[in-house]
Design a protein around this ligand. Structure first.
Ligand code: ZN
Length: 437
């Protein structure tokens, strides 16, 4: 479309490129305008009229404070990446206290609680992640100001876990019996470098046999039906290092890194300018010891994302080519010392998946949300549902309700703006999916 490799770009040209890209990315992130299929709305209406279901929905509204108490208790137990054990133990205990007998913690650290159905022909998993992004030692005490709750991890995803306890409580109070099983899950490793290790284990061959997957994460009226996949790498250039003057001519790892980044930025344009949305970003760089030393190493962390596997793979090939070309160029430019080497380590892989808004599960969730008076905002995102969506399994991620602000920051807050409605929507979706007489 346009040739970025021309070194001289006028400001006007740059602005127009920005505008064009802006327009394109909007066009591609725009959600499909798929109408809700009427029959799912009718079925959902009939389901909501059942007296036991009415009772369960009412229970959720009336026990709103109990849900919030659970959220606070869980939020105040630190759950740093790879250290979710204490929160997992408490969550398991809460589910046992609510009357579930089949509660276990699997080998990866996920909490699993199975609520048996009449025939167990079908298993619907409801999954909220246990982990937060916050390191050990973070102050996780919850500050309360009216209906505003402030603490790191309060919304993301202590609230998601409390959505599960609220549902278990309501199902019990209304003595609801489903056809299929419901498997409640507190998952590990959703955030950061956890790389979805919890759900990857959960959905392994020979695992608990899940047929539909409903994640609970994210706020507002978001309904995630597609999976934004990501590839993550740590690239490290290694050289002998030396004095900036005395050893000049020796390979310079930083210079190679700079060359690689320039090639990625330029090479990426042709890929993201057309077709489905795809991104590439260098998030962190480092290395070097002093201003007058040629560094012995230089590293960067790279994150690429797309909901379309083909685009992600295209970006991936371009990225690896850029690194290898940069290596060769830097080596060709050296006049003394050994050559530079490079290491490309994969530090994350979340598979992408298109999802299908016309599928029964997505339609049921849309119908449930509409019936509860909310407008579903269809979205593609990167959540615990990625693995299931990428395999073509019925899978979505539904909102935990309320208003979540500044998630992943120390001043994260969650506001209870009719938060119970989201739980009611999830419950209806689960009951429609699991089946109820
Ligand atoms: Zn989350």
């Amino acid at each position: 479309m346009f040739n970025i490799s021309k070194r001289k770009l006028s400001l006007a040209a740059l602005l127009s490129i920005t505008l064009v890209l802006g327009t394109l990315s909007n066009a591609f992130s725009g959600e499909p305008k798929t109408p809700q299929i009427q029959s799912y709305g009718d079925d959902m209406m009939a389901l909501k009229q059942k007296s036991a279901v009415k009772q369960a929905l009412r229970h959720i509204a009336e026990h709103d404070q109990k849900t919030i108490d659970d959220m606070i208790i869980l939020s105040e137990i630190p759950a740093p990446p790879f250290k979710e054990q204490k929160r997992a133990a408490k969550f398991a205990q809460m589910l046992r206290d609510l009357g579930l007998s089949d509660v276990t913690i699997d080998n990866e650290g996920n909490v699993l609680a199975r609520r048996k159905g009449r025939n167990s022909a079908h298993t619907v998993a409801i999954v909220a992640h246990l982990d937060t992004v916050f390191p050990e030692g973070t102050d996780v005490r919850v500050k309360i100001d009216g209906n505003l709750y402030t603490a790191p991890g309060i919304g993301d995803n202590a609230r998601g876990l409390a959505v599960i306890t609220a549902m278990v409580r309501a199902l019990k109070a209304a003595a609801i019996k489903t056809d299929g099983d419901i498997l409640f899950v507190g998952s590990v490793g959703e955030e950061g470098l956890g790389d979805l290790r919890g759900v990857k284990y959960l959905l392994r061959e020979g695992g608990p046999g899940i047929d539909s997957f409903i994640g609970i994460d994210g706020g507002n009226n978001r309904l995630v039906y597609g999976a934004v996949g990501s590839y993550r790498y740590r690239v490290t250039f290694h050289g002998p290092g030396g004095h900036s003057w005395g050893a000049f001519g020796t390979v310079n790892p930083h210079h190679a890194l700079g060359r690689a980044m320039e090639k990625m930025a330029v090479g990426g344009v042709d890929i993201y300018a057309t077709g489905p949305k795809v991104s590439i970003s260098v998030g962190r760089i480092g290395g070097g010891t002093s201003i007058n030393s040629i560094p012995f190493e230089s590293w960067m962390e790279v994150d690429m994302r797309s909901a379309t596997v083909r685009k992600l793979d295209e970006m991936d090939r371009m990225f690896k080519q850029a690194v290898m070309t940069a290596l060769n160029e830097e080596n060709a430019a050296r006049s003394e010392g050994p050559p530079l080497t490079v290491e490309i380590a994969n530090i994350g892989l979340r598979p992408a998946g298109k999802g299908d808004v016309k599928s029964a599960l997505v339609q049921r969730a849309m119908a449930a949300m509409s019936l509860m008076g909310t407008t579903p905002e269809l979205a593609v995102s990167s959540t615990d549902a990625n693995i299931a969506i990428s395999r073509g399994m019925p899978a979505i991620t539904m909102s935990r309700g309320g208003l979540n602000k500044a998630s992943h920051s120390l001043h994260e807050s969650w506001q209870n703006t009719d938060g119970h409605i989201a739980i009611q929507s999830v419950l209806l979706t689960v009951l429609a999916e699991a089946g109820i007489l």
